[in-house]
Design a protein around this ligand. Structure first.
Ligand code: AGP
Length: 623
């Protein structure tokens, strides 16, 4: 989830790049960098100073006498996935000769094999990024006499994974070659002078905001298309070299709308980014032999196979993701698993030793309650692992190991895409533990991983029903109290649905395991009470429906999350939130989506700012 930009033309290319990067900072700011072509040479500047990266990059560029004269350049703002957020890992990444530079957004899945092959051919690796293989492959092709565009095409035929990339080389002044697969890429042409004596600029960016104000003549590149940009012109071809017409982009957004991808707020945008967050988190995790590639884990297979007990510590939505994982780890790996609200963990004298695995779950990696719980665990010599969305966060640095979700930056205070990414990362970890403990043959793990890979499409289907969910939500504008019920993995989904409603719609919402209702809370059910139930076909569906009957018979209005076509469930509901079905242990990833949308649309209908709910902060660093 990085931002990329490129420009070639007679105008102030350096300024176009720096201004474009400033508009792309919402895609990450671990580092920023540019590569500029001037006088047949390539010059690169990079800064990796977190929120100051771009400011520091500008100082370096301003201090460089040649930078202002550049006519062609590419730039990048990084959200780290592979490799720490350091200057060495900042883009542009260069080849061995320093004459080719690449910027990349996405993940190269087969980077391990390619890195090994390139190393044996004598290439020297200067970063820990997956991106670096791209530039050395281009370098090899150029050495055979290929043009830059031929070299890029040949390179892309070798790589698997996702990319939006741009490449420049010293040997082809004025040319940028760019391409995409899955990660978006937008092309723009700006007019030259009216007499046509000066060609205009040709521009590219990962996102529309970077080009707004520069031109309204925009095109979107399709998967596996390659574009050659020269001042004022572009030529688009397929990977096989066949010329194609790119699709024209009609954009009527202003800058603010463009940053939100046309959504009214970041939360809406992030809810719709969930399929992508899931596929990025899963990308490259399964190896051909059916084992898992969890490079950042840093805890040896030997240590993990010695583990005899698991503790999960987390807060809020991350706690709910952890609760799903408890069911998955116990079912697949048969390891006893406890879960604690992180702020309670260290005050209850937990019994831990060197064979205990403690998993901290935190999108920010900075939540003080979770950090302190992890510190407590380390004092007892437990192995500590964190699931985090932020590379090199405090937790990632302090833990023995880390598994990154790759959801990209989340701006909305209410977690959505990071929550879903946490669940799938934890489920991959559960499968890994199951294998190491001899509980799951590779064929079964491969099949379940296939189901995980099917989730992005199913979430997309759930999102396609947004209009229906919004209509249902608006029927409850007058309701102040909600009960959310679920059983088994539907229970954490109910908790998450209730939390979303509390934090952005400011409505009282109780999340309960449905079987617990009759032990007290059912006293609150009377005609008019609204009960939202997670009633998809997981293990305890029949028992769940029994609990639904209990509240219906006391006059509650019932809203049920049900699997597509399940009329038995729908018959027991006043309103139905339809979702596609999957393996029961993976279902929370899909089932929570209509509950996010329910809270989102109800909050908006109440006129609340969903991105910045009152009294809350995105990262909680006080106990
Ligand atoms: C969720 O919508 C909230 N913003 C909050 O509960 C959050 O999940 C919690 O504060 C934990 O944050 P973390 O994942 O960054 O540790």
């Amino acid at each position: 989830m990085c931002g990329i930009i490129g420009a070639t033309g007679q105008g102030c290319v350096t300024e176009i790049l720096l201004e474009g990067l400033a508009r792309l900072e919402y895609r990450g700011y671990d580092s920023a960098g540019v590569a500029l072509q001037a006088d047949g040479d390539l010059w690169r500047a990079r800064a990796a100073t977190g929120t100051r990266s771009l400011e520091d990059l500008r100082k370096i560029v301003d201090g460089a006498p040649d930078a202002g004269g550049a006519l062609t350049g590419i730039g990048h703002t990084r959200w780290a996935t592979h490799g720490h957020p350091t200057e060495e890992n900042a883009h542009p990444i260069m080849d061995c000769s320093g004459r080719v530079a690449v910027v990349h957004n996405g993940i190269i899945e087969n980077w391990r094999e390619l890195t090994a092959r390139l190393a044996s051919d004598g290439h020297v690796r200067t970063s820990d990024t997956d991106t670096e293989v791209l530039v050395h492959l281009v370098e090899e092709e150029l050495a055979t006499g290929a043009s830059l565009v031929e070299a890029v095409r040949a390179t892309l035929r070798e790589v698997s994974g996702t990319f939006a990339l741009a490449v420049v080389c010293a040997g082809e002044p004025g040319t940028i070659v760019a391409a995409r697969r899955v990660s978006p890429l937008v092309i723009g042409l700006a007019d030259g002078d009216p007499e046509g004596e000066v060609a205009g600029e040709a521009l590219l960016a990962s996102d529309i905001p970077a080009l707004l104000g520069r031109t309204r003549r925009l095109w979107a590149l399709e998967d596996d298309q390659v574009v050659e940009l020269r001042p004022g012109s572009m030529r688009v071809t397929t990977l096989a070299g066949k010329e194609v017409e790119p699709s024209v982009l009609q954009v009527n957004w202003d800058l603010e709308a463009a940053e939100k991808g046309g959504h009214p707020d970041f939360m809406g945008k992030e809810i719709h980014e969930q399929p992508r967050a899931l596929s990025d988190t899963l990308l490259g995790r399964l190896l051909p032999d059916g084992t898992f590639a969890l490079d950042e884990l840093r805890i040896s297979d030997e240590d993990l196979s010695r583990v005899d007990k698991v503790f999960i510590v987390a807060c809020g939505s991350s706690y709910h993701a952890g609760l799903v994982a408890k069911y998955a780890i116990e079912h697949w790996a048969r390891l006893p698993t406890e879960i604690d609200i992180a702020s309670e963990f260290r005050y209850r004298d937990p019994v831990l030793d060197s064979r205990t695995l403690v998993i901290g779950v935190s999108q920010s990696g900075e939540t003080i309650d979770t950090l302190q719980a992890m510190r407590e665990a380390r004092q007892w010599s437990a192995k500590v692992l964190v699931i985090s969305n932020v590379v090199d966060s405090s937790m990632a640095r302090e833990a023995d190991g880390v598994l990154y979700t790759r959801a990209g930056p989340e701006v909305g205070v209410a977690s959505t895409k990071t929550h879903l990414a946490q669940i799938v990362a934890l489920e991959v970890l559960a499968l890994h533990l199951a294998q190491l403990h001899g509980r799951m043959p590779p064929a079964d793990a491969r099949m379940l991983f296939g189901d995980l890979e099917g989730l992005p499409d199913l979430v997309e289907l759930a999102l396609a029903r947004e209009k229906d969910v919004a209509e249902i939500a608006c029927r409850f504008l007058g309701t102040r109290d909600f009960f959310f019920l679920g059983r088994h993995v539907g229970y954490p989904v109910a908790l998450e649905g209730a939390l979303k409603l509390k934090e952005i719609a400011y409505l009282r919402a109780e999340g309960y395991p449905a079987g617990e209702l009759k032990h007290g809370p059912i006293a609150l059910i009377e005609p008019g009470a609204v009960v939202v139930g997670v009633a998809t076909r997981t293990r305890l569906w029949e028992k769940m429906m029994g609990n639904v009957a209990e509240v219906r018979s006391r006059g509650a209005t019932v809203v049920l999350v049900a699997n597509d076509g399940d009329s038995d469930t729908a018959d027991q509901a006043d309103e139905v939130l339809w979702v596609p079905s999957t393996d029961p242990l993976l279902a929370p990833v899909i089932d929570v989506v209509p509950l996010q949308l329910f809270a989102y649309h109800l909050a908006r209908a109440h006129g609340h700012d969903v991105d910045r709910p009152r009294n809350l902060a995105k990262t909680v660093t006080v106990e």
